[in-house]
Design a protein around this ligand. Structure first.
Ligand code: PHE
Ligand code: CO
Length: 265
């Protein structure tokens, strides 16, 4: 089994905020080797498909050889943008998740996928969370956006609007594309950690790439089990910040009366 299976989904040691100790010494050599292979495959794609901010950030991280030590990276992050990483056993409840983000703590799953999940895994693991999400936490505008998202999440819970806000996370933080001087590039974590969808999202003729439109994003359903039919393209992280700065309460009230849109509508 190799990749520390006892850590997967083990919530028994988690604190009230769902955090756990990373306990880095528990990772086996096989787990580090699998992580290294994942890192190598994705690193080859990055120069062609990732946005410049992501590329700049990964080059400051010494994260290629083995599963990173979260405390070391947290120290670097704190200096740059005030963020840190907290280890978690897997997916956590909305309120805990939003509270972490609002406090500039990014939850990273401790365990690594099994070798037979090299190409595809249904739930986040340390490779997706670290490689996909952590680099852009070094980018100040993105870092601010994600913190605001967390605060917005707590508010959406009070307004019974988490589903609409979750679509915004999906189409930006997970599967977002951005315009750059060199053409459309990826910044979403689900793309950055995917062996196949990263290139697909940027250059395949099949999916649609629509300009970012907040209300449309919040109404658009998504599929978690296959490549996306639709991507939304921002101009920059500052643009994304501006587009999401308004009070969402009246927007939620209006949108919840409208039909949702199919992923390929
Ligand atoms: N403006 C949002 C609100 O009022 C908060 C938010 C900001 C949500 C950025 C997501 C991203 O709820
Ligand atoms: Co993710």
């Amino acid at each position: 089994m190799g990749s520390v299976p006892d850590l997967r989904g083990n919530y028994s040691e988690a604190a009230a905020d769902y955090s756990v100790e990373q306990r880095w010494e528990r990772y086996t050599p096989e787990a580090h080797a699998l992580y290294r292979r994942l890192f190598e495959r994705q690193s080859k794609l990055v120069p062609r498909y990732a946005c410049a901010e992501w590329i700049a950030a990964i080059s400051q991280l010494d994260a290629a050889a083995e599963i990173p030590r979260f405390d070391v990276v947290s120290r670097q992050l704190r200096n740059k943008t005030g963020w840190e990483i907290v280890a978690v056993p897997g997916l956590i409840p909305d309120d805990a998740f939003f509270t972490h983000l609002a406090s500039r703590r990014f939850p990273v799953t401790v365990w690594l996928r099994r070798p037979d999940e090299f190409d595809y895994i249904v739930e986040p693991d340390v490779f997706h969370d670290f490689f996909g999400h952590v680099p852009l936490l070094f980018e100040p505008s993105y870092a601010d956006y994600l913190c605001e998202y967390g605060r917005g999440g707590l508010k959406a819970m009070r307004l019974d609007a988490v589903k609409m806000l979750a679509r915004l996370y999906w189409y930006t933080i997970e599967f977002g594309l951005t315009h750059t001087p060199r053409g459309i590039r990826a910044y979403g974590a689900g793309l950055m950690s995917s062996g196949g969808e990263l290139a697909y999202s940027v250059e395949d003729p099949k999916p649609r790439r629509l300009p970012f439109d907040l209300e449309r994003v919040m109404r658009t359903e998504y599929r978690i089990d296959r490549y996306q039919d639709t991507y939304f393209v921002i101009d920059s992280f500052e643009h994304l910040m501006r587009e999401t700065a308004a009070d969402f309460a009246p927007i939620y009230a209006r949108i919840r009366e409208l039909p949702t849109l199919a992923p390929d509508a």
